[in-house]
Design a protein around this ligand. Structure first.
Ligand SMILES: [Zn+2]
Length: 237
């Protein structure tokens, strides 16, 4: 489910289930096959820097002026960092952090900050992710849920796919009764260009298992993420 709003409201609201606007097709294939991803090389690091130099020329700048001399290198390194999720794997990430607790109540980690890059403009989108699951005996260390969000965020993404990949990852590692993921994001490609609506934000959700099948369970999840905590460390609007 995707909800996009541009009503200028300051803080994200949780989606009303009736407000479904669109679900875009996922374009994560290459002629219907798996995309041809590869580990980035040192040679390509140099090519990226040349590309940044060309972008600087393309916007009418002088890449040789003092302030821009190191920019190609900085941009290339920043891009490598911001897409470092490609070189991480789910298996390595959750290694040794799955426990058999016999716990079968909802586990929810709210307000996980995420930063990603949209694959259409390579501009940032960012916001908060809420990840819940109902275990089937197995649980995972809570910090690992945040790490899963981070790993998939540090790739070129669309928010819908990012949300779905996080839900599927939790489903894969824990085989729980269900998984729910809601992401609230602000897209710089919408805020700074295009429709230029800085107040707009996008909510996406992915529901698996009991969260998809049982209205009551889904409602409980939405109530929990709507509820404002009275105690917290760090800021929440
Ligand atoms: Zn974009």
């Amino acid at each position: 489910m995707t909800i996009a709003r541009s009503n200028g409201s300051q803080s994200p609201l949780i989606p009303d289930l009736a407000e479904v606007i669109s679900t875009r097709p996922d374009r994560n294939t290459h002629d219907g096959r798996e995309p041809e991803l590869h580990p980035p090389t040192d040679e390509q690091m140099g090519q990226m820097q040349d590309a940044v130099r060309n972008i600087l020329l393309g916007v009418g700048e002088d890449p040789e002026r003092e302030g821009l001399l190191k920019t190609p290198k900085r941009v290339a390194e920043a891009m490598r960092f911001l897409t470092s999720g490609y070189s991480e794997s789910l298996e390595d990430l959750v290694n040794n952090a799955i426990f058999d607790e016999g716990h079968n109540e909802m586990v929810l980690v709210r307000d996980i900050n995420f930063f990603s890059l949209c694959e259409h403009h390579m501009l940032p989108f960012m916001g908060k992710a809420h990840v819940a699951y109902i275990p089937n005996q197995k649980v995972v260390g809570l910090s690992k849920l945040a790490r899963i969000v981070e790993m998939y965020s540090r790739r070129l993404q669309v928010q819908e796919r990012l949300t779905r990949q996080i839900a599927e990852a939790v489903q894969t590692i824990l085989e729980p009764q269900g998984v729910a993921v809601v992401m609230e994001g602000v897209h710089m490609c919408m805020a700074m260009r295009g429709v230029q609506k800085p107040g707009s934000w996008t909510v996406t959700s992915a529901m698996v298992g009991v969260f998809q099948d049982e209205h009551k369970t889904r409602e409980e999840f939405f109530n929990l993420i709507r509820h404002q905590t009275s105690f917290f460390l760090g800021s929440r609007e």
